[in-house]
Design a protein around this ligand. Structure first.
Ligand code: MG
Ligand code: MG
Length: 265
């Protein structure tokens, strides 16, 4: 789930974490990573988004972790599931079935031992069109390029710039209304991590910062609006959108991807 650049979500100050706190955050994020990896493997036509949410709830109970989004500002579910032109914050539903050719974004967060984890993937449902395939590849690559910029001494705008450049070079657009965020004992802390270069001061990256970096990339216009349910964000031109997110710690040795799925694939 995302920090909204227009509203103040939680603490906006930047809080550095000790190595023992980063270990606790790794634990929380690995719960997120394991569930996302499981869901990626079972995604198929006919599944409802509600069924995905139930799996996430059961998984949280099994891991003794609290689903981070459920109840957050009134959000009703453990997962955000956003299909095709839905950008983020889609609400799981018994009536919404996955269809061959869809792309489905799954955003998941937990709180474990007082610390949050947050990560998202976008997955094709069976085979998808070549433009959707390209959208997924460009969005995920832009996240990986962003993570490479997570180096002590860089600034947040170095992250923003590589995402924007890669996405726009490939003919897609960056959502501006929603941004990434710091994370720790709160789901949303400072600094904001825009996926586009903003004017003004940009914080320097320091060892101990933990950042949720989350490019949201649209095939068409960058403009988005919110459905009547008060949550689901869609593209105004109804063209597809993708979303990938990792929680990453800034260390003296470079980026540490706390929500890495490599143990589970
Ligand atoms: Mg997030
Ligand atoms: Mg998220």
């Amino acid at each position: 789930m995302l920090g909204n650049s227009g509203k103040n979500h939680g603490d906006s100050s930047i809080i550095l974490k000790s190595s023992s706190e980063i270990s606790l955050m790794y634990e929380a994020n690995q719960i997120v990573a394991e569930l996302l990896c499981q869901l990626r493997k079972i995604i198929e036509p006919g599944l409802t988004t509600f069924e995905l949410d139930r799996i996430a709830e059961d998984f949280c109970a099994q891991k003794k972790a609290k689903p981070a989004f459920k109840g957050y500002r009134g959000f009703p579910s453990s997962l955000c599931v956003s299909i095709n032109e839905e950008v983020v914050h889609g609400i799981p539903s018994r009536r919404r079935k996955l269809v061959k050719g869809d792309i489905v974004s799954i955003d998941f967060g937990v709180c474990k031992n007082g610390y949050f984890g947050d990560s998202a993937i976008t997955v094709p449902v069976d085979s998808v069109s070549s433009d959707k395939k390209k959208l997924l590849a460009v969005t995920e690559d832009s996240l990986l390029m962003a993570i490479n910029e997570v180096q002590v001494g860089n600034r947040v705008h170095d992250i923003s710039r590589v995402v924007q450049e890669h996405v726009e070079k490939n003919g897609f657009s960056i959502v501006r209304q929603f941004v990434g965020h710091g994370i720790g004992k709160s789901l949303h802390e400072g600094p904001e991590i825009p996926n586009f270069v903003k004017n003004g001061n940009s914080p320097r990256l320091l060892a101990g910062m933990v950042l949720a970096i989350e490019p949201m990339v649209n095939i068409g216009t960058h403009n988005v609006s919110v459905l009547k349910d008060g949550w689901t964000v869609i593209t105004t031109d109804k063209k597809c959108s993708a979303h990938f997110e990792h929680t990453v710690a800034v260390t003296a040795n470079g980026p540490l991807i706390l929500s890495s799925q490599t143990l589970f694939v």
